[in-house]
Design a protein. Structure first.
Length: 247
């Protein structure tokens, strides 16, 4: 026979006793666990946000300090750049300096008695520009450095050749080019010469006088692009000197 428990259910003990409270305690415990987890997440998120805000504030402070330091050093940076620019300018000027005074003195010393100048143009570079329509414009364009453009007359072609040889004795001259050297027209010479057009004046007053156009180049001398032209006016010879040339 199967045993029958005659004790009322409410009086029973042990595993066979029925639940008196139902599922409510489990629900309460689960709710408390969820609340605890939510609070923990909120606290963790708050701590993370606080850490990020503190890091952002620190980065802002470091950025402000770096900007202030850079501002304090701006003056030193500008001074250094200005000093470097001045040093480069001085070095460029020192390298590109050309002693025109010395050249003029040497030219005066080597100029022979049987030759005279009616035009002299000294320029630091072809870009500076010489006399418009000058006979030496072609040769001047081929000389990148300082050069002299000489126009004048001499007592014959031999005198022109001697003058060209003497020009090579000037210190720093790299080449001397003769653009033209022509004897005078006997008929024109008999009439007393050409026009009175300054540099274009025909100084061949006698048939044996040769008019020349010469370019003296100083290629080895560096010059700055801003170098300016140094024109020099040369007076024609006096009548007495011309008479000596004719003799």
């Amino acid at each position: 026979m199967r045993p029958i428990n005659l004790i009322p259910p409410e009086s029973r003990r042990g595993a066979s006793a029925p639940m008196r409270t139902g599922p409510l305690p489990c629900l309460v415990v689960g709710a408390l666990a969820l609340v605890f987890a939510g609070v923990a997440l909120l606290v963790l998120a708050g701590n993370t946000v606080s850490d990020r805000e503190a890091e952002v504030a620190r980065l802002h402070r470091e950025d402000a300090q770096a900007a202030a330091k850079a501002q304090r050093l701006t003056g030193f940076t500008q001074f250094s750049q200005m000093q470097q620019a001045r040093t480069e300018t001085i070095a460029s000027l020192a390298d590109s300096r050309f002693d025109w005074e010395r050249v003029m003195k040497e030219l005066a010393l080597i100029l022979p008695d049987d030759a005279w100048l009616v035009s002299l143009n000294a320029s630091a570079s072809p870009a500076v520009g010489g006399e418009e329509g000058g006979g030496g414009a072609g040769l001047r364009a081929g000389a990148p450095g300082p050069a002299l453009e000489l126009k004048g007359c001499a007592a014959g072609q031999k005198a022109v050749a001697g003058f060209v040889a003497a020009l090579n004795d000037i210190d720093g001259v790299t080449r001397v080019g003769v653009e033209s050297s022509e004897l005078g027209d006997p008929e024109n010479a008999a009439s007393g010469g050409g026009s009175e057009d300054g540099a274009n004046e025909d100084c061949r007053t006698r048939s044996f006088i040769a008019q020349f156009s010469i370019v003296v180049a100083f290629d080895a001398a560096p010059v700055p692009p801003s170098a300016e032209e140094a024109p020099v006016a040369v007076a024609p010879p006096a009548e007495g000197e011309e008479a000596e040339g004719e003799g």
